[in-house]
Design a protein. Sequence first.
Length: 411
Amino acid sequence: MRRVSWTRNIFIGAAFLTLIVGLGLGQLVFQKSAAAQAGNTVQAPRFEVDPFWPKPLPNQWVLGSTIGVNVDAQDNVWILHRGDAVDNNLKAAAVNPPVGTCCVPAPAVIQFDKAGNFKQAWGGPGYPNLGYEWLEGQHGIRIDPKGNVWLGSNDNMDSRVLKLSQQGKLLLQLGTKGLPDSGSLDQKNLGRPTNSWVDVAANEVYVSDGYGNRRVIVFDADTGAFKRLWGAYGNKPDDAKWTYNPAAPPPQQFGNPVHCVVIAKDGLVYVCDRSVDRLQVFQKNGTFVKEKFIAPKTQRSGAVWDIALSRDPNETYLYVADGVNERVYVLNRDTLEVLTSFGSGGRHPGQFYGVHNLATDSAGNLYTTETYNGARVQKFVFRGVGAVPRQDQNFGPGSAQGTPWPAGVPR
């Protein structure tokens, strides 16, 4: 009996030891797995596409290349599109005589409320009773804190920025129609500007200028008086022609186009150097602060198309549109680290075809517009900050998150 009991105790002890070792190894494996999983995720804003925003337009209206979006102080969403870019098959009712009943290009500027209801529309070639000559090749829309509407034009012979009321009344014109690119040192005329931003405290408007010139230029927002200008790295800009080479040292001048200018509440100025795949950061006086290259092997139109700021008090994040790789990047604004990305190429909700502009509302929701035949505006609902897949820093195929489909809805 004693011998059996002693043998049994050996077996029990061995089994217990095996269990302890197994649990230890299991815990180690679990810890390593958790660490690996944590290494592939990051805390960042999360979004889901709202496939039902906005609601359909009235009057058989359709959109062409949609090349501007902004949100006003009441969370109304404004877009700018090119009606002359509507496909012929979608404007049969607009020709004279009509060849069908569908459809008609909408006026150029459209306002929606935050629920996606149509509020008003005006502008565009031939739009009646404006009292001034409409823009050719309109590009970019900005609603300043006073409610004024700023539009740009990147047409070869119409390098203007217009300041308008919310009903389309002309308040100020910058630049001149009918002139070729003015040159990046011209203090009066523009060179195919792309967008603008108004610093209300200083009463100054910053213009990203543009497809012809290669600079940021600043004017008085009421009188249009010239204030200052600068090029990449704060250099004196020039208009020398060159082609971006990702393998070469960073170019010391902006590429073509300078595609956006955005100012954070702390006074930092962010500029889209689209074709060079970078954003540059400046002080308001043009002093260079830092830069970030994003998907730096991207050719053709480049990877940095537009920038929007998150709406938390510190504006912690930057959102960057990439209309070649068809995604939106989320960056830490302080470090400029690319945290994650979402979106994919395509025409379904949450996908992109030439994602061109970005804007955020007071709730943190993100709005995008698409140029070319994308021709639409989309809303991405902010779902808070949480764990999302980390962006591959080699910027390989596909975004980190793919299409941000609504949770619980089958794909």
